[in-house]
Design a protein around this ligand. Structure first.
Ligand SMILES: O=C(O)[C@@H](CO)OP(=O)(O)O
Length: 246
């Protein structure tokens, strides 16, 4: 049996301020750091060991992973960071207040932008400072085909090569894996992993900082899937994410 654990970063500053974040590199709040600490404690308590960890290039995920590993006394763990695990790019919505956008464009439109599989938020211009092509990490790493906006489908497309080339071979080798990423990059992963339909994925909301454990057999079929948290806490946290634009 192989274990893959997914964790969305702890609460970020823009989660707290209720702003569309995407690739904006905002820090964790104190609450977010505490959530990461608690995630590390519960993984340690359940004696969940890992062989490798993956995260994005964004500090809210990187810091969450560091706090978790520190808590587990596993700072030695090999870690690979990739832009392919970054949050979905939210285009021109990045930096805007979710409730204000809902007032201007209506709840239904915001829901399509936030949760549909195919709809892209309005795209940035290449001259915009929010375009990753104008930002240091992506210029330095020479990342090709940087997004001006992304639907969840676009996020799946850029995440899949990483998952197939890096993560799946390690699962086949029997390695236990920890992935700390973002609400929508994890939705992309779960859609692929669980072969969810385009409609099913619209209903999925991922809470911050609560480990989601998959137990898999050798051919990657899911034997068991559970959150390390009681059902009521998980449901409450999922509803809070769902209702951010209301
Ligand atoms: O703003 C974002 O980048 C994401 C995650 O915080 O928000 P949403 O839940 O609206 O997709």
């Amino acid at each position: 049996m192989v274990r893959v654990v997914l964790i969305r970063h702890g609460e970020s500053l823009w989660n707290k301020e209720n702003k569309f974040t995407g690739w904006t590199d905002v820090p964790l709040t104190n609450k977010g750091e505490q959530e990461a600490k608690e995630a590390g404690e519960s993984l340690k308590e359940k004696k969940m060991n890992f062989d490798v960890a993956y995260t994005s290039l964004l500090k809210r995920a990187v810091h969450t992973l560091n706090i978790i590993l520190d808590e587990m006394d596993m700072c030695w763990l090999p870690v690979k960071k990739s832009w392919r695990l970054n949050e979905r790019h939210y285009g021109k919505l990045q930096g805007l207040d979710k409730k204000k956008v809902a007032k201007e464009f209506g709840e239904d439109q915001v829901n399509l932008w936030r949760r549909s599989y195919h709809v892209q938020p309005p795209a940035l211009e290449v001259s915009d400072e929010r375009y990753p092509g104008n930002q240091m990490p992506y210029k330095m790493l020479g990342v090709p085909n940087l997004p001006l906006t992304e639907s969840l489908q676009d996020t799946v497309s850029r995440f899949l090569p990483f998952f197939r080339e890096e993560v799946e071979p390690n699962i086949h080798k029997g390695k236990n894996i920890l992935i700390v990423a973002h609400g929508n990059s994890l939705r992309a992963l779960m859609k692929y992993f669980e072969t969810m339909s385009d409609d099913e994925i619209c209903e999925l909301n991922i809470p911050t900082g609560i480990p989601l454990v998959y137990e898999l057999d050798d051919d990657l079929s899911i034997l068991k899937k559970y959150y390390l948290g009681d059902d009521e806490t998980v449901k409450k946290a999922q509803d809070q994410v769902k209702n951010q634009s209301k």
